[in-house]
Design a protein around this ligand. Structure first.
Ligand SMILES: Cc1cc2nc3c(=O)[nH]c(=O)nc-3n(C[C@H](O)[C@H](O)[C@H](O)COP(=O)(O)O)c2cc1C
Length: 220
């Protein structure tokens, strides 16, 4: 029986829920599945987390408009890491498939960045990243900003990236009256002509994406 490892970090539970659904789906497709939740040594306060992300904010309009700027930025920005507890499955070489889940913290989350430096045996592994973020799957601001740096790190470890999955959580921890969620709901209607909820795990597009992703990563 082929073996899969589903490893994820989740601060507020949304990526954890997606990881659980993926585990069931991948098992149903005939894999022996192990799971691991990355644990941080110390939780950072909600207001400390965005500090390392601030350098991009004044440059965001240029980032969104220029593909060349994005390529340069992804090479030079400093990816913050966060200390994680010892892993049960630090060596992933025994697995045929590794699914790596992260919330989007502008780029990949800090604990997942540390996991990429800690895990061994990625060389030659088939790996597929999955993520949750508040917004709809906007091509540049969500998908490219998260998956380009994440996938280039995976490739640098020798992994072959076989697919990617993004699901909206329709949840954002910042500000006080749901301002971010409201902004992303507005953008979703404008750009995709669909409510944001469609892109969540309970929505039509979100559910279809989960199935498509699981079929694709289990095909070989
Ligand atoms: C520091 C930080 C940065 C974030 N950046 C983004 C972002 O760029 N785009 C977005 O849609 N959501 C962003 N979010 C929201 C999270 O990606 C979203 O709530 C995610 O589903 C949380 O996953 P979790 O519950 O597994 O921790 C951010 C959240 C934090 C804490």
């Amino acid at each position: 029986m082929p073996r899969a490892l589903i490893v994820h970090y989740s601060r507020t539970g949304h990526t954890a829920r997606l990881a659980g659904i993926l585990a069931d789906e991948i098992r149903w497709r005939g894999y022996d599945v192990d799971t691991e939740a990355i644990q941080v040594v110390r939780d950072w306060s909600l207001w400390r987390l965005p500090i390392p992300l601030l350098p991009l904010l004044p440059l965001l309009p240029v980032y969104l408009m220029s593909a060349r700027f994005r390529r340069v930025w992804h090479r030079i920005y400093k990816q913050q890491e966060q200390a994680i507890r010892p892993l049960a499955n630090a060596d992933v070489s025994a697995y045929d498939l590794v699914l790596l889940g992260t919330p989007k913290w502008l780029y990949l989350s800090f604990p997942v960045a540390r996991w990429l430096k800690t895990a061994t045996g990625l060389q030659g592994r088939r790996v597929a990243p999955f993520a949750t973020f508040c917004g709809p799957p906007l091509r540049v601001f969500e998908m490219e900003m998260l998956f380009d740096p994440l996938e280039s790190r995976l490739c640098a470890c020798g992994a072959s990236v076989v697919d990617r999955l993004a699901v909206s959580s329709n949840f954002h921890p910042y500000f006080f009256f749901g301002e971010m969620e409201r902004l992303f709901r507005f953008i979703s209607r404008k750009v995709f002509k669909r409510p944001l909820v469609d892109f969540t795990l309970d929505g039509e597009v979100g559910k279809a994406e989960v199935k498509r992703f699981c079929d694709a990563v289990c095909r070989e």
